[in-house]
Design a protein around this ligand. Structure first.
Ligand code: ADP
Ligand code: MG
Length: 552
């Protein structure tokens, strides 16, 4: 049998592909800028192996210009350019990435690579907004330039073109406006500027554009007259925010970065900007979100921080940088000390990475303690969302995380009528009190009325009301706090039973209740309450309920 090749109507295919990959037309600019940046990177790499080629930073840039009359946008770069063969191959074949080939060649030599392209489709996104595209390119070291033109439907043509220096110029002839799309929007300077800022802000080369400004025409005139003029401006910030000094940055900058990186739709509750210089140096910006990430409770949620090396993204979600108890933290870590010749999988095991992870963990812990101390309201907001995550971490590690996390816990206090820490409880303990008491079961109001607690109440002893079903499990795993054992108020009642007072009525009651109860006893510690139900053994009634629920 002979294998046959698929036939495809290329003009339909192109349309389907471009429109199905990209839901958002505006990304065409990001794609073309990324390609331009890759082309300059290639010059940079060339200079590393070519002694005759000096990489003078000022010569490398990307320039966007807009012509409102012609309705065109041009993206120009001073990168490596393409010769005739490359133009034909890279722009004439869908899913052909010259950049990927280049990158693969580099990786063999284990050189760092900050190159973006890989899929070989980004370029075609220009047809989302253009009815015609012209690419004029001249490869570095060649004499001839080439002009590629296409309307995206009937194929493309390549002919010799005219261009002074190496690099590429891509000219987009915008589509005609229709009822649902106004392409003229992309001719607006502010629109271009904001697109560059949101998608291409950390491109390492300057992205310039002629922008319109106004100035006073004649300084000496009494009534100032204004005039417009054009000035070349760099639109992107190039230097990533985490590389800047804290003093240069406003709250707004941190909040914008949080949104730019899509860490969450909410506002960050707080952030930590870290700059560590030492055995292992790194910079990081970590965020604690104000609300739970939308998929936080689902199995598909993945913790992790973005990992950059030298401003280059290595991994988008490096999970070994975050312990489970802080899985809600978002942010970015950048270190020059990660050995880049290590492949990405090995990086997980990197010793440097572990040092950074430990350090980050400590920073988060101390930041949370600081908020708890300085801004209780903010902390309670945090605790409402992520307190359970901390508790689960202690429970699931059988108490291994106890020392780190126990002072971050909050429980409702019978005495203070609000959330308190274990250390606050500890400080208020009576001189002869050797246990930390807690109640479980239902709402705060219910627990407040439990007969089991009335004895302690009479003695003015504080009780923690556990409102989260995991709480008691956590306290059991912890066992004690500063050597004071945790004790359920019902256990307490049991140990204080008055066994001497053995009225025959109790035997009668046991007869009637049969297997429903183990025993019926008298107690002096019930206050005004006629009766209290107690659990036998180590599990409280509440815990039994939870376990039963889990089993089913
Ligand atoms: P990708 O960037 O994922 O490789 P694209 O469709 O964006 O895919 O681009 C296809 C190829 O065309 C690139 O890999 C590159 O070889 C070439 N190319 C595109 N734009 C330029 C440019 N401005 N300068 C040089 N080569 C380019
Ligand atoms: Mg690309």
């Amino acid at each position: 049998m002979t294998k046959r090749k698929y036939k495809a109507e290329s003009k339909r295919l192109m349309e389907i592909m471009v429109n199905s990959i990209y839901t958002n037309k505006e990304i065409f600019l990001r794609e073309l800028i990324s390609n331009a940046s890759d082309a300059i990177d290639k010059m940079y790499y060339k200079s590393l192996s070519d002694e005759n080629l000096n990489f003078n930073k000022d010569d490398y840039y990307i320039e966007i210009s807009v012509d409102s009359e012609e309705r065109t946008i041009t993206i120009k770069d001073t990168g490596i350019g393409m010769d005739e063969k490359e133009i034909d191959k890279n722009l004439g074949t869908i899913a052909q990435s010259g950049t990927l080939e280049f990158k693969n060649a580099l990786e063999k030599e284990e050189k760092p690579s900050e190159i973006i392209g890989q899929f070989g489709v980004g370029f075609y996104s220009s047809f989302l907004v253009s009815k015609e595209v012209e690419v004029l390119s001249k490869k570095f070291g060649e004499d001839k330039a080439w002009l590629w033109t296409s309307d995206g439907v009937d194929g493309y043509s390549v002919e010799e073109g005219k261009k002074e220096s190496h690099g590429t110029e891509i000219k987009l002839y915008l589509k005609d406006n229709s009822e649902d799309e106004n392409y003229d929007d992309f001719l607006n300077e502010h629109r271009i500027e904001s697109l560059v800022k949101s998608y291409s802000n950390y491109i390492r080369y300057p992205i310039k554009m002629l922008v319109t400004k106004t100035r006073v025409k004649d300084e000496s005139a009494e009534k100032p007259e204004y005039e417009e003029y054009k000035e070349l401006e760099v639109l992107n910030s190039m230097i990533p925010i985490w590389k800047k000094n804290k003093s240069e940055l406003k709250d707004e900058d941190y909040i914008n970065f949080y949104h730019d990186q899509h860490y969450g739709f909410d506002e960050p509750l707080t952030w930590i900007h870290i700059n560590v210089e030492g055995v292992v140096s790194y910079r990081a910006i970590l965020y604690i979100p104000e609300t739970q990430p939308f998929d936080f409770r689902s199995k598909s949620y993945k913790k992790g921080l973005q990992l950059y090396s030298n401003g280059v993204l290595i991994m988008d979600k490096c999970d070994s940088l975050l312990p489970d108890c802080y899985s809600f933290v978002k942010g970015v870590v950048d270190s020059e000390d990660l050995s880049l010749n290590i492949s990405r999988e090995v990086l997980q095991e990197d010793r440097q990475l572990r040092v950074i992870a430990k350090n980050i963990e400590n920073k988060i812990t101390s930041e949370l303690k600081k908020i708890l101390e300085k801004d209780r309201e903010k902390y309670e907001k945090f605790y409402e969302n992520f307190g359970q995550t901390l508790k689960i971490a202690v429970y699931e590690t059988y108490g291994m995380e106890k020392d780190k996390l126990q002072d971050l816990f909050l429980f409702y206090s019978s005495k203070e009528k609000k959330l308190v820490t274990l250390s606050e409880y500890f400080d208020r303990m009576k001189e002869d009190q050797d246990k930390i008491y807690y109640a479980t079961g239902g709402s705060i109001e219910t627990m407040d009325k439990l007969p089991q607690g009335s004895n302690l109440k009479d003695k003015d002893i504080e009780v923690l009301y556990l409102t989260d079903s995991i709480d008691e499990f956590v306290l059991k795993v912890m066992g004690s706090y500063k050597e004071k054992e945790f004790s359920s108020i019902s256990q307490e009642l049991e140990s204080s039973e008055e066994t001497a007072d053995k009225d025959p009525i109790f035997d009668k009651m046991k007869d009637i209740l049969g297997d429903e109860v183990v025993e019926v006893k008298g107690s002096d510690n019930l206050g005004d309450n006629p009766v209290a139900l107690l659990a036998r053994g180590d599990l409280s009634i509440e815990m039994e309920k939870v376990l039963q629920y889990q089993d089913n």
